[in-house]
Design a protein around this ligand. Sequence first.
Ligand code: ADP
Ligand code: MG
Length: 309
Amino acid sequence: MAANAIEIRGLTKIYGGGRNSPEKRALQGIDLDIPQGSVFGLLGPNGAGKSTLINILAGLVIKTAGRVTIWGFDQDHNPRQSRASIGVMPQELNLDPFFTPREALEVQAGLYGVPRRQRRSDEILRMVGLEDKAGAYARTLSGGMRRRLLLGKALVHHPHVLVLDEPTAGVDIELRQMLWENVRKLNQQGMTIILTTHYLEEAEEMCDEIAIINLGQLVARDSTVNLLRRLDSRTMILHPDGPVGRLPEGEGLDVTQRGDGALVIRYRSAETPAEAVLAAVRAAGICIRDVKTEQADLQDVFLELTRRR
Ligand code: ADP
Ligand code: MG
């Protein structure tokens, strides 16, 4: 069994609670293991606690309770080693406006104690496509360029684990592709990747494993494949070969007719074989001109898991 890049136990974060700020329970006892070498997706609706969790990993937010181990180093007992093992590209575009990209990378490398001869600012600038902007002030960079620089900053100390918090929220297609190419390349080189994203297709495509959090609690944690398998709901869309007298009926079938005359039949494949659906259609005297089926995707799993409050 592969070792874990990250181990989280009973992680709890309560913001505020002082005289002027009401208490906000952002994380409520999260237990989570993230295997080495994976591309791991952390999903959840806005306000679920994703950034709080990530910022605790990054050492930017102080946890209220619980244990965090990064690359085998307990965050409380070995803060330096655990911090050196992880690089974080934050959600906020927080850059010093007076540094150029090259300076920003050098300063970051200095903060992490990377010796001068081990620094590779030029390589990183090339990788994130900022070699032309190496000497430009950060305040003159576009939003997309700032995001690339933040990715570069997360990489200066050669971390084992790279964390990206909503890296593609509101970025153009070109930058999104560049980010995913880099993520794939780094993962192939052995880096463990953790990312949060709003785009479920993206998680479906990129992530081996997924955790879903809602209201500060873990509601699912599985391989992407298993998570998708969990929902066996199917939708069959039938175009009848003429007007429909009565709708098909049958146990476990949810049948509606669309404005264009097509019948939309929802069923669970584990309970109702497709043949039984078709038999019900024939029994209603309907001839089928065309048929299409749709499977549940991550969007459905996500909605089902985060719907209950
Ligand atoms: P996500 O990244 O999943 O959208 P966050 O971790 O940013 O969620 O926020 C989780 C919850 O904690 C939200 O209700 C948010 O309003 C609250 N929260 C986040 N940061 C702070 C803070 N600095 N002070 C008080 N509440 C906060
Ligand atoms: Mg967030």
